[in-house]
Design a binder for this molecule. Structure first.
Ligand SMILES: C[S@@+](CC[C@H](N)C(=O)[O-])C[C@H]1O[C@@H](n2cnc3c(N)ncnc32)[C@H](O)[C@@H]1O
Length: 316
C-alpha cells in the first residue's frame, strides 16, 4: 500500500499523541488505517518505525533495572547460536533495537565472531544501541535498514539471527525470511513468537497485535531445512511465548566463505555494490548515495539520494 504524504503526517502526529497519553501507538495506527478503509495486514512499517523510535531508550532502562533477566535471555540465545557459530564467523542481528540482546549475546558467546552487525528501522534505537555496546565493551557495526531489503550481499554473513523483530511484520513473513536466507551463508536462527505452538490466550494476543504467523511453513516453502522448532524454556513474556526456528540453507555450509570486505554492502534499490564511507555510502556504478547520520549509515531504499556526480570533481 502506498501511503500519501498527508497520511504520513497524520500518522506520525497521531501516534506521538497516543504515545504521550500512554496508549498503544501501533494500535492507534492500525485503527487509523481501519478508519481510512485501507487494508493493511499486520502493521505497516511506518507504524513499527514510529512506535519503536518513540520508545528508544526504554530497553536499556529495562536492562539496567533487571540485568539478570537480560542475562538469562542472552545466555539462552548464545547457547542456541553456539551450534552454528564458529570462531571467526560473522554474525548479524536483524531488527537489533537498542542492541541489548546483541551486546549480551556477544558477551555470553563462547566463540568470538570476526564481525558483528545489527540493523533496525529506527535511527534513535540504533543510536542508543551504539552507546550501549560501547558501555558494555562490545563492538558491532550498526545501521538503519529494512528487514525486507537488507543492504548486504548474498551469503555475506555466516549466521543471521533475530530476537522478536520479525514479530510485527505479519503478512510479510515470506519476504522477511527470504531476505534472511539470502544474506546468511550458514544458518538463520529466528527467535520469534510461534503462533502455532502458543497457548490459546497468547494466540489471541498475537493476532490482535498483528504479529507473524506460519514461520515454519513459510521457511520450508522457501527451501530451508528446519532443524529446531520449539518454544523456549525461558520466555520474558508468557503471553508472547518465544520460540526457536533454526534454518539451514540446502548446501549452504559447503559454500565458499567470503571474507568481510567493504563490498559486502549492497545498494537496497539496485543491488549493486555500495562503498562504505564516513559521510555517505555510495553505489558508484549507478550514482546513488545513502547518508550517514551521526555515524549511523541510513541504508533504506527511502533514504536514497540520486547523486551521479558525487564521485566526480563536482561532488567534492
Ligand atoms: C521487539 S523489538 C526487539 C529488539 C531486539 N531484537 C531485542 O532483542 O531487544 C523489535 C525490533 O524490530 C525492529 N523491526 C521490526 N520490523 C522491522 C523491519 N521491517 N526492518 C527493520 N527493523 C524492524 C523494530 O524497530 C524493533 O526495534
Amino acid at each position: 500500500m502506498k501511503i500519501k504524504t498527508k497520511q504520513i503526517a497524520e500518522i506520525i502526529l497521531g501516534m506521538q499523541a497516543a504515545y504521550s497519553k500512554g496508549e498503544n501507538a501501533m494500535e492507534w495506527c492500525r485503527e487509523y488505517f481501519h478508519r481510512a478503509n485501507e487494508t493493511v495486514e499486520g502493521n505497516d512499517l511506518i507504524a513499527t518505525l514510529v512506535a519503536y523510535d518513540l520508545q528508544a531508550g526504554s530497553y536499556v532502562s529495562a536492562v539496567r533495572a533487571d540485568r539478570e533477566k537480560n542475562q538469562s535471555w542472552c545466555r539462552q540465545l548464545a547457547s542456541l547460536l553456539s551450534s552454528v557459530l564458529a570462531d571467526g564467523d560473522s554474525i548479524l542481528e536483524v531488527g537489533v533495537g537498542e542492541a541489548t540482546t546483541l551486546a549480551g549475546v556477544l558477551a555470553e558467546s563462547g566463540t568470538k565472531p570476526s564481525m558483528a552487525f545489527g540493523f533496525d528501522v529506527s535511527w534513535s534505537r540504533v543510536c542508543v544501541g551504539r552507546q550501549w555496546l560501547h558501555e558494555n565493551g562490545q563492538r558491532a557495526d550498526l545501521f538503519v535498514a529494512d528487514l525486507l531489503s537488507i543492504p548486504m550481499g548474498d551469503g555475506s554473513v555466516d549466521v543471521v539471527y533475530s530476537s522478536h523483530s520479525l514479530e510485527p511484520n505479519r503478512g510479510k513473513e515470506e519476504e522477511a525470511i527470504r531476505e534472511c536466507l539470502r544474506v546468511a551463508r550458514k544458518a538463520v536462527v529466528l527467535i520469534e513468537p510461534i503462533y502455532e505452538l502458543a497457548p490459546r490466550e497468547a494466540q489471541a494476543r498475537i493476532r490482535n497485535h498483528g504479529y507473524v504467523e506460519g514461520l515454519r511453513e513459510t521457511a520450508e516453502r522457501l527451501g530451508a531445512k528446519v532443524s529446531d522448532y520449539r518454544l523456549l524454556d525461558y520466555t520474558p513474556n508468557p503471553l508472547n511465548p518465544s520460540g526457536v526456528i533454526h534454518l539451514t540453507k540446502d548446501g549452504a555450509s559447503n559454500g565458499p566463505k567470503d571474507q568481510f570486505t567493504a563490498s559486502v554492502w549492497r545498494c537496497p534499490v539496485t543491488g549493486v555494490a555500495l562503498e562504505a564511507g564516513t559521510e555517505f555510502f555510495y553505489a558508484r556504478q549507478v550514482g546513488l548515495a545513502y547518508p550517514v547520520l551521526r555515524a549511523v549509515p541510513m541504508l533504506r531504499a527511502e533514504h536514497v539520494i540520486v547523486a551521479s556526480k558525487l564521485g566526480s570533481a563536482v561532488g567534492k
